[in-house]
Design a protein around this ligand. Structure first.
Ligand code: SF4
Ligand code: SF4
Length: 289
């Protein structure tokens, strides 16, 4: 297919506002990593201007080679035992009402970093005011049930794990991951903590068909997934997978409607939607229903 390099008009973003420098200062001062930067998220200016960021724990080096993701790959770093405290401090200083945490995949660690994950959730919970909610956007922990359970038992308010794309494209987009393992993880959360909302997301524009997209989202519904994010895949650098198609905003609306018809409690569908984009608002809408 034709590979598009120039961005269409609907993919232009706003200029930075006052909060941006403050967010930047907090992140640097506490020596934290954000997925906003590591994944070159197009929403960084907007989110950081509103003092919102998604903190990435367990280092800035990933053990997986996903073709869409600009998080550095290679030799991992040792876990930093003071990271939970620094993450909690950042959440407090930024005044976050909804804290989204994510991590690289740590296939080099026996528990995939699950104990560290749980420590971060607990630290944020202890440091922040009552009413602050926590969303975890986790790797698949290689399907290690004990690891997954450790994160569930740290009692986040939303459990998010991304599907990323349709199963046919996994070998290219999400190598070393496994579609069934992703579904199993989401099913596990619902079994162990039925009241904990689960969330997943996919990128559009990687070559998936409408039918494949519908089938995948039906699979997510079948394991009880309640929240869905659909956004445009953007190539972070020339070394990453090309964009096969820029999906127009109207089509995102239309697909979003179809997905609501599948029974998701909440669907965010649009070119700039990312797992953590306006995550607090999503959670508020879901819990108000
Ligand atoms: Fe960061 Fe998420 Fe906002 Fe992107 S959408 S800038 S990853 S908080
Ligand atoms: Fe990026 Fe996650 Fe894939 Fe690692 S596992 S390369 S952080 S998407």
């Amino acid at each position: 297919p034709e590979r598009k390099r120039r961005l269409p008009a609907w993919l232009k973003r706003p200029l930075p506002a006052a909060g941006m420098a403050f967010t930047d200062e907090v992140i640097r001062d506490l020596d934290l990593v954000t997925v906003c930067e590591s994944a070159k998220c197009p929403n960084r200016t907007e989110c950081w201007s509103h003092k919102t960021a998604t903190l990435m724990i367990a280092g800035n080096v990933c053990t997986r080679p996903c073709g869409f993701c600009s998080v550095p790959k290679g030799k991992t770093e040792a876990l930093q035992l003071d990271e939970p405290a620094r993450v909690a401090e950042a959440a407090k200083r930024l005044g976050l009402e909804h804290v989204v945490l994510t991590s690289v995949t740590r296939d080099d660690l026996p528990d995939g970093g699950a104990a560290h994950w749980a420590a971060c959730v607990v630290a944020v919970r202890e440091a922040c005011d009552e009413g602050v909610t926590i969303e975890v956007l986790t790797p698949d922990f290689r399907g290690n049930v004990r690891a997954i359970d450790a994160v569930i038992d740290s009692r986040p308010d939303v459990f998010n794990h991304n599907t990323e794309t349709v199963p046919r494209l996994y070998h290219r987009v999400r190598r070393n991951a496994d579609y069934q393992r992703t579904l199993d993880l989401l099913a596990r959360v619902k079994r162990r903590a039925p009241d904990m909302p689960t969330k997943s997301g996919l990128m559009l524009g990687l070559g998936e068909t409408r039918e494949e997209l519908l089938d995948t989202c039906a699979d997510l519904r079948a394991v009880g997934c309640e929240m869905l994010t659909l956004g445009q895949y953007l190539q972070p650098t020339g070394q990453h997978l090309p964009v096969e198609r820029y999906v127009p905003p109207e089509e995102f609306d239309e697909v979003g409607e179809l997905m609501r018809g599948l029974g998701f409690g909440l669907v965010a569908s649009g070119p700039f939607v990312r797992s953590s984009y306006h995550a607090g608002e999503m959670k508020d809408v879901l819990t108000a229903n």
